[in-house]
Structure formats: C-alpha cells, structure tokens
Design a binder for this molecule. Structure first.
Ligand code: ZN
Ligand code: ZN
Length: 239
C-alpha cells in the first residue's frame, strides 16, 4: 500500500484544486479554457474508469462488482439530479432556478457527496496498486477545477457573495479529503469503495462532463476529449 503521507498529500492537492476552481471564478475570461479542460478531463476520466477501475473492481469485489458499480452510478444520479432540480457543470447562468434560498445549498451538498467519492476513488486505487492510484488521481484532478468553478458560480447565480462562492468550493475539497481519510482509516472498505467510485466516475464523465463539452461548438473540443482518452491509455502503457 502507498504511504499515508503520499495519499494524504494527493488528496490535499485534489482538495486545493476544488478551491482553486472557486477562486478562478473571480477572474474574467477563463470560461473558454475551462471547456477545453472539461473536454480533456472527460476523456481521461472515462478512460480510467473503463480501462482500469472496472477491471480492478471485478478483481477485488468479484460477483458483487456489477451491483456496486451500478449503486455508485445511480447514487450520484439521485444526489446530483433527482434530489436537486437543476445541476450542470460549467458556469451557472440560470439564476431563476435558484430563487428558492435552499436550492444552491442543496446543490452544494449533492456535489460534496460526489466529491467524497472522488476521495474514496483515489485512496481505494492506491490501496490496490500505485499505478491505479496515480491514474485515478489524475482523472479526479482534471475535473476538480471545473467542479469548484461550477459550485462557486451556482452560489453567485443564487445571489450569494464571493466568500460563500469560494467557501462552497472549499467544502468540496474538504469532502474529497474526507473520502481519502475514510479509506485510509478503514482500508477494508476499498473493496467496496473502488467499484462504487468507478460507477460514480463513469456517471460524472459520461453524463456531467461530456454533455457540457458537446454543447460547445468547435472541433477542438471533440478532439480534446479523444486526446484525453489517448493520453490516459498511453500512460497505462508506460514502463
Ligand atoms: Zn443552469
Ligand atoms: Zn468530482
């Protein structure tokens, strides 16, 4: 198993990337780069989920793997899109969806539940192999900036101030770190954590990130998605 300090440090880096995403909101003109980032990150994450997390999940959880993967997939669907009426990645421009005071907060908690499994994914990956851990870390890290940006922009759209916007992004980071700590304290849970977070990763990449990319015009976004897949596959073949 990878050292505690390494896994905690990587969890912290992922958490800080959430915060950085929230801070990016305060800068103008980042939207264009954000979509390029989401496109590449979606490709990388879906490739990690399908090519590495799924096979390892079947290895570690055996016959229970399919149901655990499905539980992760459906769980994040319930948290992000069933309990919450309006959620999508990228800048929030539909302020009318957030007239009800609690809507922005429930969205933040739904997204924090998703980021908890980002942390579970990283620590579970490292519980089984260093390579898997690093690949999952990269897949998670690549969508951390957009995640922080998204939750921050929801706060602003709902009429909250900048400090709450950055605070919501920070909360996603704390939740990520909590997921890492849970697996390090109870390593036996990694057998369930990996397949569940594989389902979460599949859902996030295919239904949250990719549609956001596909809404954008421009061939470069299609190619960046495929580049993300290709780079991830190349990484797994490095000696
Ligand atoms: Zn919206
Ligand atoms: Zn995430």
């Amino acid at each position: 198993m990878a050292s505690l300090s390494l896994v905690l440090t990587l969890g912290l880096v992922a958490a800080l990337a959430n915060l950085a995403g929230g801070l990016l909101l305060l800068r103008r003109g980042v939207q264009r780069y954000l979509h390029a980032f989401i496109a590449f990150g979606a490709g990388f994450l879906i490739a990690v989920a399908i090519a590495d997390m799924l096979p390892e999940s079947f290895q570690q959880a055996g016959a229970a793997a399919p149901l655990l993967i499905l539980a992760g997939f459906c769980g994040v669907h319930i948290l992000e899109h069933t309990l919450i009426p309006h959620f999508h990645f990228g800048e929030e421009t539909h302020a009318h969806e957030f007239l009800h005071a609690g809507a922005a907060y429930s969205l933040t908690f739904g997204l924090a539940a998703h980021t908890f499994f980002d942390g579970i994914a990283i620590a579970s990956g490292f519980a089984f192999s260093g390579n898997l851990g690093w690949l999952i870390f990269a897949g998670v890290l690549l969508h951390k900036l957009p995640e922080g940006f998204t939750v921050g922009s929801v706060m602003l759209a709902s009429g909250r101030g900048r400090s709450l916007a950055v605070g919501a992004a920070a909360l996603l980071g704390v939740s990520t770190l909590a997921g890492v700590v849970v697996i390090r304290v109870l390593p036996a849970l990694a057998h369930y954590g990996l397949p569940i977070s594989a389902g979460v990763a599949l859902y996030v990449a295919a239904t949250d990130l990719l549609p956001e990319v596909n809404r954008e015009h421009g061939l470069q976004y299609r190619l960046l998605f495929l580049l993300g897949v290709a780079v991830m596959l190349l990484c797994t073949r490095l000696p």
